[in-house]
Design a binder for this molecule. Structure first.
Ligand code: 5AD
Ligand code: SF4
Length: 486
């Protein structure tokens, strides 16, 4: 916890009305909530317990860390189990339909918990809540939900929760559009040694299958000085690795005054003393510059890993997806990357079964995977999202055919990933130790710069350190290794 934030909350005068400016206004409500929490503790003998479940991407993970920080400074215990919680918060995702269905499924279970603990507050936030049809459905059929907000007002959690508790009635607060970025919120990080850092919010690309631009709003970049200060504070707090987060980091900085490019931001980040590793995601191929490749190639801290979503290997499908690059453009970026950064790992996202996609198109995707030699890829079956342009396009394949193509794509990715993993066997690599191995307490688990997992013998005191490990054996998508130097 940032001590200066803690002090500012402590200094808030809650006998006068809340300030209008952010984040001070939220600090005021955090202090008010602390009073509620103390009252709760006096009555029950323990602090109110909050449980947060995150669905979806790293952006949501980071948002959840901020909400966890807010709840913690507001006097909640956030370390416990869902079954025992007094506040349950789901930070939702809607990128594919199964993510939304999981949330609705869980709400049924929460109803049972609420029957047992009538004081339980159920809170929903995030991308799914930006969809009007979801809100209608919850209003009509899920009376157990107490508080709903979206993606643009996550920073207002303290205020909304305070009003929900004091009014006793359900609050729904969804903003259609984004407003200014609010800095300096408390955060409770999941890992002591690594952290996500938002560099921008929203997306302007409108890929025709994707709901993100509708639920996360237009692209806004954070000021470089705010980003760099946040990273410096994280490093002071023990963080070794940061992941710079944005839907399309390659267009970072547009609209800022003075304008700054993503490679320039990386150069500044590299200068931060004590920071050991820099990662970023996601890169859109259409905006990937030669300058970025140069910065990566010359850097000691930027990891040799690029997540570069392909989506499809067919130029015709890419055009229908509104991706603004062709199969050849994509492959030429990959060639350049592999030439300038020979050890780089390239991972990707692939969609199978996009409307109009034929078996021949899917076969082109298979060819590109083989040629690009992906070190890994997330493969998805297209999911229809209401309101997106692709939702009104027709399918060219049956469900059965789509699944057949999906299996072929997945198998090809597994083959290239396995092959790529073999290339580092025998090498000594720096490994950031992340945890004790789940299955064997004598073993540690960490990651090489390329992001591949390595298991090796070692003491848990090394968690958070970077150690040299010889990669002895590749087992599918991970390594078994031996530590050679601490
Ligand atoms: N259906 C399937 N996959 C999708 N993605 C985004 N929208 C959809 C959709 N409607 C995938 C893309 C993106 C990743 C985060 O999710 O591959 O890169
Ligand atoms: Fe969605 Fe495309 Fe934006 Fe990524 S770049 S969030 S896939 S619209």
């Amino acid at each position: 916890m940032d001590i200066s934030i803690e002090k500012k909350i402590e200094d808030m005068d809650i006998s006068s009305p809340p300030p209008e400016t952010e984040p001070l206004r939220q600090y005021w409500f955090m202090k008010k909530l602390r009073e509620n929490s103390s009252e709760f503790q006096r009555k029950k003998g323990f602090r109110p317990r909050a449980f947060i479940q995150t669905f979806g991407c790293q952006m949501n993970e980071r948002d959840s860390e901020k909400m966890a920080g807010t709840l913690e400074v507001s006097g909640f215990d956030i370390s416990g189990e869902e079954e025992e919680a007094d506040v349950i918060l789901y930070n939702t995702c809607t990128v594919r339909d199964n993510a939304s269905q999981r949330v609705f499924g869980r709400l049924g279970v929460l109803k049972g918990l609420k029957d047992k603990n009538p004081g339980l507050l159920i809170v929903l936030s995030g991308c799914m809540m930006q969809e009007p049809t979801v809100i209608e459905k919850i209003k009509a059929s899920y009376p157990q939900v107490d508080l709903i907000f979206g993606t643009h007002n996550i920073y207002k959690l303290a205020e909304l929760l305070y009003y929900r508790i004091s009014s006793g009635s359900r609050i729904i607060d969804i903003w259609k559009d984004e407003k200014d970025i609010v800095e300096a919120l408390p955060s409770n990080r999941k890992y002591p040694y690594k952290s996500g850092v938002n560099i921008m919010f929203g997306c302007n690309n409108f890929c025709s299958y994707c709901i993100v631009p509708y639920v996360r709003g237009r692209e806004r970049s954070r000021e470089p000085k705010d980003i760099l200060r946040e990273i410096e504070n994280l490093v002071d707090d023990g963080v070794k690795e940061v992941m710079l987060l944005g839907q399309n980091v390659n267009s970072y900085g547009k609209g800022l005054k003075p304008e700054i490019s993503f490679p320039e931001l990386l150069r500044e980040t590299e200068k931060i003393e004590g920071l050991k590793r820099i990662r970023f995601m996601t890169s859109h191929p259409k905006d990937l510059s030669d300058d970025l490749i140069e910065v990566m190639a010359g850097s000691k801290k930027i990891c040799a890993h690029l997540h570069l979503p392909l989506q499809s290997g067919s130029s015709r499908v890419l055009e229908a997806m509104n991706r603004h690059y062709s199969r050849e453009d994509y492959l030429s970026i990959v060639r350049k990357l592999r030439e300038k950064i020979p050890d780089i790992a390239i991972t990707s996202d692939i969609i199978v079964g996009f409307p109009t996609e034929t078996e021949a198109d899917a076969e082109e995707t298979v060819e590109v995977i083989k040629e690009a030699l992906f070190d890994g890829a997330f493969t998805f079956i297209y999911s229809r999202r209401t309101g997106t342009p692709a939702a009104s396009m027709d399918f060219a394949m049956t469900d059965e055919k789509i699944h057949e193509c999906f299996d072929r794509v997945l198998k090809t990715v597994q083959e290239t990933a396995r092959k790529q993993t073999l290339r580092f066997v025998g090498r000594i690599m720096p490994v950031l130790v992340e945890d004790v191995n789940e299955k064997d307490p004598e073993m540690l688990t960490g990651r090489i710069p390329q992001n591949t997992v390595v298991h090796f013998k070692g003491d848990r005191s090394l968690i958070g350190e970077i150690v040299d490990v010889r990669l002895d054996e590749a087992l599918g998508f991970y390594y078994m290794g031996t530590m050679v130097r601490e």
